[in-house]
Ligand binder design. Sequence first.
Ligand code: URA
Length: 261
Amino acid sequence: MEPSSPGERIVPMRLQRFLARAGVASRRGAENLMSAGRVRVNGEVVRELGSRVEPLEDVVCVDGREVRLGEDPAYLMLHKPAGYLSTMRDPRGRPTVAELMPLADYPGLFCVGRLDKDTTGLLLFTTDGDVAQRLLHPSFEKEKRYAALIDAPLSARAKRALEQGVALDDGPAAPARVRVLDAREREEVPFALGKEPDGAMAVELTIHEGRKHQVKRMFKAVGRKVLALHREAFGPLELGDLAQGSWRALTGDEVRLLRAL
Ligand code: URA
């Protein structure tokens, strides 16, 4: 789960939309400004209404004064479905989480960390590189709560090993909090799995590291295979009942909690 780089993908937006978002005028008003030849992009007058700009790169001026989008960073969470890569662009053209996000409205949005392709659950997006760095930096690593469906019951000994910190090939995992979910709790987790095999068990695991395939490797270290994995919480953020494949902007309180980290 390596950090993704801020600004991995900048989506061009229509000039009139850019002007409206920057608070210069309504969309219609912006079109009038363009038609009147009052808008320049990188020094060139642009009258054509379908023209697009790269919001973080192009210099847009109205009547000779530079216009920028508001500086307020965006913070959104996605309920990631299985089958999508946690990246903003895949050179091989496979489905990515970027397809599920309103990139045209939030230029410069990127995902904070990664979930495996088959993992579901909470994935945070932001345009705020500082907050992303703080959330991902090993010295700040925040708690992440997962529900894992494993192939067979967890023995008391295996549970204790996870709680004490199992050995992984890239160094010991820090102690985890482990809780076996009861039938009612298990029902509420939208595991991406067809028929559940006999003997499978649902376990909640809370860790505060984010190494690659960490949860799957931790269970493997105690002889269990993860059949399905779902992230329920990331730092102070809870996925709650956000529908799979949907996103929402964080509330003011959630943003304050993130910034206070
Ligand atoms: N641990 C994993 O093994 N996979 C994920 O997607 C997240 C945590």
